[in-house]
Ligand binder design. Structure first.
Ligand code: MG
Ligand code: ZN
Length: 216
């Protein structure tokens, strides 16, 4: 009966996420749910993205971590409204966790809200939070076998950022294989190899984000 319990939990979450989505739409807020395994570079990508776009758009951030406020402190330095959720052992964010912190934002004034999920390549992909798009990062040090091993996250995401591209010469990461396998799972995936360290490829990602914000 385990399967039934899981289905019920996901059903209840979908309902709450649907309500969140309506709240976001009523306030004109475009929402991204950013996912990856720990250490792929979500917070660093967020810092770069905010630095590039925060003068053009009003952006808020929700940071999800098992523990600490370290990431929220990094984002706060950029002068962007940010709330940290600590899941206290929980391995993903869900709709009700997001709902619980929405009062911390002046939603009507925001153009975009970026949710940085808990670092985990598995269940964040199963739990909607009310987002317009899921976006995922894969860093080259994790290996090019991840799309086929963890297909759900690749299937659910609209964009895939392959981070730390500057390290490719020091790994056996095969970019073409990663691209091919990802597209075999999700042919509509937009893929951006980037290096947050050198800045390579980031303009393509910013362009995608702006275009999808404008076409929401
Ligand atoms: Mg982080
Ligand atoms: Zn989880």
């Amino acid at each position: 009966m385990k399967v039934k319990v899981a289905a019920n939990i996901l059903g209840a979450n979908d309902r709450i996420a649907g309500e969140n989505s309506k709240i976001f739409k009523d306030n004109g807020v475009y929402v991204i749910n950013m996912m990856s395994s720990p250490g792929a570079g979500k917070t660093t990508l967020l810092e770069k993205t905010l630095a590039a776009l925060k003068d053009k758009y009003k952006i808020g951030v929700i940071e999800g971590d098992v523990a600490t406020t370290a990431d929220a402190e990094r984002i706060e330095k950029l002068g962007v409204p940010v709330v940290q959720i600590n899941t206290d052992g929980g391995c993903h964010l869900d709709g009700s966790m997001i709902r619980a912190v929405l009062d911390e934002f002046d939603l009507a004034s925001l153009d975009m809200l970026i949710v940085e999920n808990v670092g985990n390549l598995v269940c964040p992909a199963e739990f909607k939070v009310g987002e317009d798009h899921k976006v995922m990062l894969l860093s080259v040090a994790e290996g090019d076998d991840k799309p086929l091993k963890y297909p759900l996250m690749f299937h659910e995401s609209s964009a895939l950022i392959i981070n730390k591209s500057d390290l490719i010469p020091y790994t056996n990461f095969d970019l073409e294989k990663a691209r091919r396998d990802s597209l075999s799972i999700n042919p509509k995936l937009d893929i951006f190899p980037v290096s947050c360290r050198t800045g390579e490829g980031l303009d393509g990602w910013y362009g995608w984000l702006e275009a999808s914000l404008k076409s929401r």
